[in-house]
Design a binder for this molecule. Structure first.
Ligand code: HEC
Ligand code: HEC
Length: 424
């Protein structure tokens, strides 16, 4: 039986044990609490968990020189917007891009024999020296001589700016107003348009091509069952197919931006990283110019004005409105992809904006409506942005990371007709 003394000892030791236990529990609580807060902070600011809104907020408190933080934010944007990488375009099953067909399309694209007066090829307006566009505010049509920005003579001014045909394989629609769906259909438009290549006599065009042995051979290889070189495959459908197959190979997939997206951290400068965060966040650009193609495949109105001057009126071109035959489509144009955008100035369907700085200023003001014009069909996502001077510069710097890093298509030294090739 225990003595009172040993009872006291027991009690004492029990008390000190309880003290130790309390200490352990309190310490455990502190460790858990501190750890929990740390873990919460870690997960709530780790790349996967940040939303674009949170990133935009964090960007405001980040110093411009803090490269490590801008890198983290840019990577977080890619994750939060689930940005995909660019892949090869899908070729239609009835017009796969075999190399023989692409070669024929390449020759036809540069050959002025397709135009009525044998002066104008597709390359007169879509030239490698000008990012597969022409560097002019509006295209110069039939009657013009030379190519790209060197085009002169008495040519008629076309109603719209010439778009680059890089990455057209990824377009949902062709033309600024989206009036044509496929590339095969598109070829026929400039070919027969009076103010472009003005080809009014199909029989005469086919006769011309059949008279050239090299074309008989190229069409035979691309479309013939047996290569008899009798010119039987030379028809309008095959001309359109060959040129389209060539166009589907003109893809810009190598840019500094793509290198960054694939994981190369040093592909972008700190300024460009900052610009990317603006592009995806506060600038709202990616809502319509969605990576990896930097367009959303649809048409919308940004209230484009007739010039970059702040008081300019809305451009009168109805765009998609005329295709739809509806007022609410007024001023809607296809969102242009921004790959190579630095090299395809001037900008917009009317070629009225000469520099990227002018374009950014326009968006910062909230487009045509933000500048006080009655742009009733303007998309609500184009609204005042309140960008700082630094952010505007950064945004322009980012747009330049979309430049093609691979060499442009080579202009052929000669074409089967023997006619002079523009830009050679
Ligand atoms: C005289 C200049 C000129 C010639 C020649 C010309 N184009 Fe164009 N091209 C333009 C203009 C201007 C547009 C925009 C017209 C519009 O959207 O209404 C355009 C648009 C296009 C588009 C649509 C691109 C897009 O993103 O919507 C493609 C594709 C194209 N042209 C290919 C060709 C091909 C192929 C040829 C030769 C068969 C050719 N072009 C000849 C001036 C020209
Ligand atoms: C609501 C959709 C939308 C938003 C948002 C938007 N854009 Fe656009 N963007 C367009 C459309 C549509 C056009 C063509 C308008 C025209 O031709 O009149 C265009 C044209 C452009 C062009 C001219 C490209 C060329 O080849 O001519 C540039 C550059 C451009 N946008 C950059 C930006 C930037 C930078 C932002 C963000 C500040 C932005 N866009 C936000 C739809 C949008």
């Amino acid at each position: 039986m225990a003595t009172p003394k040993s009872k006291m000892e027991n009690l004492n030791s029990m008390q000190s044990q309880a003290k130790v236990l309390k200490l352990v529990l309190v310490s455990l609580f502190i460790v858990l609490a501190v750890g929990g807060v740390q873990a919460y902070r870690y997960f709530s600011t780790s790349e996967a968990a940040l939303t674009t809104e949170q990133i935009t907020a964090l960007a405001k408190t980040t110093t411009p020189e803090d490269r490590a933080e801008w890198l983290r934010l840019a990577r977080a944007v890619l994750a939060s917007e689930s940005v995909q990488q660019i892949t090869a375009p899908v070729e239609p099953r009835n017009n796969l891009g075999e190399s023989s067909k692409v070669e024929l399309g390449y020759q036809l694209f540069f050959d002025p024999i397709l135009s009525a007066d044998k002066t104008t090829s597709c390359a007169s307006c879509h030239h490698p020296d000008f990012g597969m566009a022409d560097g002019l505010p509006k295209g110069v049509g039939a009657g013009g001589r030379g190519y790209g920005a060197h085009r002169a003579g008495s040519g008629a001014e076309l109603p719209r700016n010439t778009p680059s045909i890089f990455n057209v394989a990824f377009n949902e629609f062709q033309f600024w107003d989206g009036r044509v769906r496929t590339l095969e259909e598109q070829v026929l438009v400039p070919l027969f348009a009076e103010n472009e290549m003005n080809q009014q006599n199909l029989a005469e065009l086919l006769k011309r091509l059949r008279a050239i042995p090299r074309y008989r051979e190229l069409f035979g290889k691309a479309f013939g069952f047996k290569t008899q070189n009798d010119g039987i495959e030379i028809n309008l459908q095959n001309i359109a197919r060959a040129i389209s197959a060539f166009e589907r190979k003109l893809n810009i997939t190598e840019t500094s931006y793509d290198h960054f997206a694939k994981g190369k951290d040093d592909a972008l400068t700190t300024e460009q990283l900052r610009g990317f965060v603006v592009f995806m966040g506060q600038g709202q650009c990616a809502v319509c110019h969605t990576p990896p193609h930097f367009h959303d495949g649809v048409l919308s109105s940004i209230g484009t004005t007739t010039s970059p001057d702040k008081a300019s009126p809305i451009d009168p071109d109805p765009g998609f409105g005329a295709v739809l035959r509806r007022q609410d489509g007024f001023g809607m144009f296809k969102t242009p992809g921004l790959r190579n955008v630095e090299r395809t100035a001037p900008y917009m369907h009317n070629g009225a904006f000469k520099t990227l700085e002018e374009v950014v200023e326009f968006y910062n003001d909230g487009g045509g409506r933000g500048r006080g014009q009655d742009a009733y069909s303007q998309d609500s996502k184009v609204a005042k942005l309140d960008l700082t001077e630094q952010q505007k510069k950064d945004l322009v710097a980012f747009l330049k990371t979309l430049n093609d890093l691979s060499p442009p298509p080579v202009v052929p030294a000669s074409v089967p007709s023997g006619l002079p090739v523009v830009g050679k």
